[in-house]
Ligand binder design. Structure first.
Ligand code: GTR
Length: 435
């Protein structure tokens, strides 16, 4: 008899993949020729059928309507009376990173009182620049200690996703995970190009699992016993986006940060979050979606890669519960993701894909960006400049930027360099406040 262990070795990997696919009842299409036809909602036509012909009509009438549709049907409603108490400087290191950076940790409370959730905003500012600097702000996946090898950044104390490769098997951060995401955060390069960086661990706002709301911001502002929230109650993405708004509150009052030049950036689920934060909070001067895919920049109606049913099944806590009503009827969803991008107009927005990241649907992300163009045009702003996806590694666009990096689902130095080029054009990198 063959022992079970050897039998496992005999079964080729692709069999296992096939078996897993057979067990997965949710079909996923990754063939361009099999994408069915679809019709997108028109951003320039109001729900009552009125055409939107001017920037004033967009801003005064249609934009509030589209924003409300996203609250009602997709991400849920951010409560109106959330606490916005001031932030506290926790530590200040004026000569970090070999003297290149001033590094600070700023505690930003999310609720009144000391017991509620608070974020630990990690900020790097370039010492070589004087005056107020532009800053990239983004959430990280696993804790601030993962974005850098610096030993004096405390391990995040709360729940983290298990990562056996870093010895994390019981949701507690380990010393081994220090710097594990440093490749995704080119801090020195940002400093060199005149930018500051601010980052927050998303799990401090709300741990990323279906029960995470209980110990996160959502649980702190609604009764934790409440089992059946309203169909338009906010999901985890809404809570994370609020964390970004609170981080911006702290940056706006920072003496060395130019609050009018803060770019919000996010990768994947945190790219969906950056878009939603940028759509709601027009103080964000520039918005960057790195491979945000389904529920981010990719068109929901285009059946390629991850689907609405798949995302709502795997991550039931990300969106509002009404979003699930469209799992099997996407055509009935009153918005699509190009209109989320349009909510950012006329501010510059950059959407990026990766060639091997079919799950996120690179073409669907391109088309999401393209679909926002008519709204940018109302403001006299140029978008992508083409209706055909560009070849890989060729950045395009004016107020709407796009590239499709060759390679896998990730955020790399290539991506960051393009975002900094884009920010140079739209925000300017001069150290002094230029406004
Ligand atoms: C995947 C999810 C995507 C994307 C990604 C990520 O599992 O299906 O929508 O959000 O996770 O965040 O890395």
């Amino acid at each position: 008899m063959i022992p079970r262990r050897s039998l496992r070795l005999l079964v080729p990997c692709w069999w296992i993949t096939l078996l897993l696919q057979a067990a997965d009842p949710i079909p996923i299409n990754q063939e361009e020729s099999k994408v069915p036809a679809y019709t997108l909602p028109d951003p320039l036509r109001s729900t009552s059928g009125e055409p939107v012909r001017t920037a004033a009509a967009w801003s005064g009438m249609r934009r509030p309507e589209v924003l409300e549709l996203f609250r009602n049907h997709v991400y849920g409603r951010t409560p109106e009376s959330l606490d916005r108490s001031g932030s506290i400087l926790v530590s200040d290191h004026p000569q970090a990173r070999g003297g290149r950076a001033t590094r600070q940790r700023i505690r930003v409370p999310l609720t009144r009182g000391s017991d509620g959730p608070a974020i630990d905003l990690l900020v790097y500012l370039p010492n070589a620049r004087s005056g107020k600097v532009p800053v990239f702000l983004g959430l990280n996946f696993d804790g601030n200690h993962t974005v850098t090898l610096e030993p004096d950044i405390p391990l995040t104390p709360g729940w983290v996703p298990n990562r056996p490769q870093w010895g994390i098997t019981n949701h507690a951060a380990t010393e081994a995970s220090r710097g594990s995401a440093a490749g995704r955060w080119p801090i020195d390069r940002l400093l060199e190009r005149g930018y500051g960086l601010a980052t927050v661990y998303c799990g401090e706002i709300e741990p990323d699992h279906p029960e995470g709301w209980r110990t996160g911001l959502r649980g702190a502002v609604i009764s934790p016993e409440l089992q059946a929230p309203a169909a338009d109650a906010w999901g985890a993405i809404g809570a994370w986006a609020w964390g970004l708004t609170r981080a911006l509150d702290a940056l706006e009052t920072h003496p060395r940060v130019d609050g009018r030049r803060v770019a919000v950036i996010g990768h994947s689920r945190l790219g969906k979050t950056a878009l939603w934060a940028g759509a709601q909070d027009s103080r964000f001067a520039l918005v960057i979606s790195n491979e945000s895919g389904e529920g981010g920049a990719a068109l929901a109606r285009r059946d390629f890669g991850e689907t609405l049913l798949r995302i709502n099944t795997s991550f039931p806590h990300w969106f509002c519960s009404r979003f699930k009503a469209y799992n099997h009827d996407i055509a009935a969803l009153p918005v699509d993701q190009h209109e989320l991008i349009a909510l950012i107009a006329p501010r510059p927005v950059y959407v990026a894909s990766a060639t091997e990241d079919l799950w996120a649907d690179p073409k669907g992300e391109f088309l999401g960006a393209l679909g926002a163009e008519p709204v940018y045009a109302l403001f006299g702003k140029k978008g992508l400049g083409t209706s055909t996806p560009p070849p890989s590694d060729r950045p395009i666009g004016d107020s709407i930027g796009y590239h499709n990096r060759s390679g896998k689902h990730d955020i790399t130095t290539y991506d960051w360099e393009r975002y900094m080029d884009f920010a140079d054009r739209h925000l300017g990198t001069r150290g002094a406040d230029t406004h």
